[in-house]
Write a protein that binds this ligand. Structure first.
Ligand code: WTA
Length: 649
């Protein structure tokens, strides 16, 4: 492991919200007296009725109960819009950049955001939506997605966004699970030059739902759609008729703001429920500190609003802070691999936040696509979603950041609402591949996986849990509090179990080794598949790699590596040997892959997550039971992997 440290630059630290000393002081305060600390932080949003209680949380078996600011009332949309109007009504709230660079960008001011959100809210009201009702959003990355989220928040309705890449079946399951009254969709969603027919997908989904479910359709591409009378409603026509004013409902801090479905290691997706007050405080605070956001900055998170990252860091965190947030409809490689960097140049982006998978994809195209763009406005670079291998970190640092921009590797989960472990750019010396240290109020602990005992030495390796709650924590699994307790609080009693494994180094820095279910055991040694992958992609000829375990007669589990080579590199037996040797020297003989399969591509969900379940099945030579592949971005990849599998019994 490379342990080179990158300390914050002195001039950056001097102007940052937190430097090393203030981080350490505030962190200590946040643990010493959570009520005082979060009582103070709660004031960053506006309350209709101020809270008198701050923290009331229990991780006790049989009584998992999480409440923050429980007697306060407020409204999330009023906090993200109305309270900014006096000072920044004309400031841009949302910059919208379309899929095609030929489509002009749109700048939506806070005043326009207010009017559009109110119109959406009034349309929903006319369709019968009331406080507490559920509304599904199945939308492209267009401003109407933000209006719809905020309109629900304004009415006190609970939104649940379904990523536009999901199939009609997945959509129907979610509509039914939360018993939604209305689905908001659009005619079509363009992405990377191709379109997804959202309206007809929704038509197909509604065949499996109650007849009373209504569909509100936003006109986006103008593509052809069929219409069902008394079920489908034309958003643009209705919005033109309603008032641009709509009062914000007074909500309790603990009223649910949204449900977001996320897949666990097994079973059907869980509806993760987030609160209004605590969630917003936490999203706003992390957005400000992690990215060192200052007034006037242009913030760009490249995620889709269909994922938690888009909820917290495109919409709620930035807008609660009165920021200018950029919303991008497209993909990093369309029309070419320069797209991200051209958008950064065009809109003078100050904070750029993306996923390691995008960085690795862009790396494979070479530096010219980056260096031809002017990225001098960037102040902070961020990553999220998976461990970043040092190779990708270094490329991000050297090529994108020119070695002068702090990188924040943010570790968190759908369940956590916001960052739990991350560097703060003015405070934390970074190490490539480490998410470094906990955010304020966060209490990570390393537990021994078998005994469940807390490991108290600084250097440790085990499962990552949290000892105590934070305001952004999920409150329950929708309709199934028992499943909430069973998934997160039963394996290690008294703790929140993250499902991730981690290592804590001698500086107390955390290194996520991957999901615990992806940990493999080779000859009695535990190994994070991410570690082997990181070694493989550190090789100059490797673009991407995925590693899984498979049954091995002698070692218990063997290591099976799927390797995608850089464009133009020949897959030879010689190279296979070279890679085996490479991993031996990078990590040790124990990590040497037993089998390496050349993979033209890896099976990924449309959000870019590698579907390891499928890779494990193929590695086990058991591909007859691949299970649900409906969420794959490119299903054809799987056929190639099966045809060329290495482990044939
Ligand atoms: C992984 C995304 C290493 C981790 C916000 C976690 C990470 C899961 C990082 C949650 C990171 C996320 N370093 N691993 N910086 N960020 N993960 O719910 O395994 O889509 O448990 O939330 O992604 O994924 P989710």
């Amino acid at each position: 492991m490379t342990d080179k440290m990158y300390p914050p630059a002195a001039d950056f630290a001097a102007n940052a919200h937190a430097d090393k000393a203030s981080y350490e002081k505030m962190y200590a305060e946040s643990l010493a007296d959570p009520d005082a600390f979060w009582g103070e932080q709660g004031k960053r949003i506006d309350w209709m009725k101020p809270y008198t209680k701050v923290k009331n949380t229990s991780f006790e078996p049989g009584n998992i109960d999480i409440r923050w600011y429980e007697d306060g009332t407020m409204n999330v949309a009023a906090n993200c819009i109305d309270r900014h109007l006096a000072e920044r009504g004309d400031q841009t709230a949302i910059i919208w950049e379309a899929d095609s660079p030929d489509t002009p960008a749109r700048h939506i001011s806070y005043k326009e955001l207010h009017d559009n959100t109110c119109r959406m809210a009034n349309v929903l009201k006319d369709l019968g939506v009331k406080k507490g009702h559920r509304v599904i959003l199945y939308l492209p990355m267009i401003p109407e997605a933000a209006y719809a989220m905020l309109a629900c928040a304004r009415l006190g309705a609970v939104h649940s966004i379904v990523f536009a890449g999901f199939s009609p079946d997945a959509l129907a399951n979610r509509i039914n699970d939360c018993d939604a009254r209305v689905v908001i969709t659009a005619d079509e969603a363009p992405r990377g030059g191709r379109v997804t027919a959202l309206k007809s997908n929704t038509d197909a989904a509604l065949l499996h739902c109650k007849d009373s479910v209504k569909m509100l359709v936003v006109k986006h591409t103008g593509g052809q759609t069929t219409w069902t009378q008394d079920r489908d409603y034309d958003y643009n026509a209705l919005a033109a008729e309603v008032s641009a004013d709509c009062p914000a409902e007074e909500m309790n801090a603990e009223d649910p703001l949204f449900i977001l479905y996320t897949s666990g290691s097994t079973g059907k997706p869980k509806g993760v429920v987030h609160s209004s007050g605590g969630y917003l405080v936490y999203a706003a605070m992390t957005h400000q500190y992690t990215f060192d956001y200052h007034d006037g900055d242009v913030f760009w998170c490249t995620a889709d609003v269909g994922w938690v990252t888009g909820h917290s860091y495109i919409v709620y965190g930035p807008l609660a802070n009165g920021a200018t947030t950029l919303m991008f409809e497209g993909v990093p490689t369309y029309p070419d691999a320069s797209r991200f960097w051209q958008v950064c140049e065009k809109h003078k982006v100050n904070q750029f936040y993306t996923a390691p998978t995008a960085i690795r994809a862009l790396m494979a195209y070479g530096e010219d696509f980056v260096t031809k763009c002017d990225l001098s406005d960037i102040k902070v670079l961020g990553t999220v979603g998976e461990p970043i291998n040092p190779e990708a970190w270094n490329w991000y640092n050297d090529v994108v950041g020119k070695g002068t921009k702090p990188i924040v590797d943010t570790w968190w989960q759908t369940e956590t609402g916001g960052h739990l472990m991350t560097p703060l750019p003015g405070a934390t010396a970074t190490k490539p591949g480490s998410c470094t240290l906990p955010f304020f109020g966060i209490t990570p602990v390393m537990l021994d996986a078998t005994s469940g005992e807390e490991i108290t030495t600084t250097e440790a390796e085990g499962v990552l849990c949290m000892r105590d709650s934070w305001p952004g924590q999920m409150r329950t699994v929708y309709g199934d509090h028992e499943r909430f307790e069973k998934t997160y609080f039963s394996d290690y009693k008294g703790y929140y179990f993250t499902g991730d494994g981690a290592r804590r180094d001698s500086d107390g820095y955390y290194w996520i080794t991957g999901r615990v279910d992806d940990v493999i055991n080779v000859s009695g040694h535990r190994m994070g598949t991410a570690e082997v992958e990181s070694a493989l992609v550190a090789h100059a000829k490797v673009a991407e790699a995925a590693v899984v375990g498979y049954p091995h007669d002698i070692k218990g589990q063997g290591i099976y590596a799927y390797v995608t080579l850089m464009n133009g590199v020949d897959p030879t037996d010689e190279l296979r040997k070279e890679l085996e040797k490479w991993v031996r020297t990078e990590i040790g003989p124990i990590a040497k892959p037993d089998l390496i399969q050349w993979a033209p591509g890896l099976p990924k969900t449309r959000s870019g997550k590698i579907m390891r379940r499928i890779l494990r099945k193929i590695a086990e030579d058991d591909f007859g039971a691949l299970g649900d592949t409906s969420t794959l971005a490119e299903p054809a990849v799987v056929d190639d992997l099966i045809a060329n599998r290495m482990n044939r019994s």
